[in-house]
Design a protein. Structure first.
Length: 74
């Protein structure tokens, strides 16, 4: 089983698409909503590759956003 973390916001359509992708694959993931945590976008650079959402981390490796996810697994 993969350790998946996805950093999201409430309004992001790509975040919703990434979560739906994981759900359809049956892959469990941990969602970290940066709005609910009160994070500034610059904090995303500490965990991911950019200041955009989603930022997806799989098995400790930052893979980037939704487009990067599709390149790897889509």
């Amino acid at each position: 089983m993969k350790d998946i973390k996805i950093y999201t916001t409430n309004w992001c359509p790509y975040c919703k698409s990434a979560k739906r992708f994981f759900e359809e694959k049956g892959w469990e993931f941990e969602e970290i909503n940066i709005e609910e945590k009160g994070w500034d976008r610059s904090k995303l650079l500490e965990v991911g590759k950019a200041m955009t959402v989603p930022q997806i981390v799989i098995d400790g490796e930052a893979i980037g956003g939704y487009d990067d996810l599709m390149k790897l697994y889509g």
